[in-house]
Write a protein that binds this ligand. Structure first.
Ligand code: GLP
Length: 240
């Protein structure tokens, strides 16, 4: 696990974008694994800038990590809406190259299987960006005794519902279930970039970077087992 410490969120975003841009420059057909949450937004802004300055996205393919169950694509808190708002509407990625798990299907379990198959058929994600939950979750793989391998349906924890309530009118509007890539789906990416920003992530960051241990109760700590992970962390999250 390679660790890059940055002074602040702005430099974290620039460093992360640099790595993504490098991959796209090397392979214009790169398969990008994307994430939601506030953390990657700065990196997406940098990618939009790069696109304006000539970086071509017309052949890339994208796969997002997760989606809330019960929200349609046009709900303004769906991850589909978020990704269009923060990235897809501003770069030249063809709509048919964009993939997000379906949150409002009749049969979510079936949709999860289909998504996992699509991911496999894509030939694998070249680079996957991840944020991290306050409780150490990645995508919506919540701390638990056992973690799922493939894309599946999860119940969100109280802590995650609370943390994500800031985006909704009230906590009771936050969906209680989500469809998420599993740990195996995430680990099948060739390269993983974990972004950790802000003081509220310090406890999880401490466990991952200082304890020398891994546990399923902190899903992000398992990233120590992947051969190519870069963590970019700002001073607030890393501490002294
Ligand atoms: C959600 C997403 C995660 C994301 C996390 C942290 O729960 N499912 O993929 O990492 O939020 O979000 P933020 O970056 O806003 O702290």
């Amino acid at each position: 696990m390679k660790v890059i410490k940055t002074q602040n969120y702005e430099t974290l975003s620039k460093e992360a974008a640099k790595i993504f841009i490098e991959i796209i420059k090397k392979n214009d057909k790169a398969v990008l694994g994307l994430a939601t949450g506030s953390t990657p937004v700065g990196m997406y802004k940098e990618l939009i800038e790069a696109n304006k300055n000539g970086l071509d996205f017309s052949k890339v393919t994208t796969f997002n990590l997760d989606e809330y169950i019960g929200l349609s694509k046009d709900h303004d808190q769906s991850y589909d809406y978020f990704m269009h708002d923060n990235l897809f509407n501003h770069v030249n990625i063809p709509e048919e190259n964009i993939h997000l798990p379906k949150g409002d299907g009749e049969n979510p379990e079936e949709d999860a299987k289909k998504y996992e198959n699509m991911l496999k058929e894509s030939g694998g994600v070249d680079i996957q960006v991840l944020g991290i939950g306050v409780n150490g979750h990645i995508a919506f793989n919540e701390p638990a005794e056992e973690l799922k391998v493939e894309t599946n349906i999860v119940n969100l924890t109280e802590s995650t519902i609370e943390a994500n309530a800031r985006f909704f009118n009230s906590e009771k509007d936050v969906p209680t279930k989500a469809i998420t890539m599993g740990m195996g789906s995430i680990f099948s990416a060739k390269k993983i970039l974990l972004l950790i920003s802000g003081e509220n992530k310090k406890e999880a960051a401490d466990y991952i970077l200082r304890s020398g241990k891994i546990k399923t109760e902190c899903p992000a700590s398992l990233l120590h087992l992947h051969p190519d992970v870069t963590v970019i962390i700002d001073k607030e999250a890393f501490g002294e």
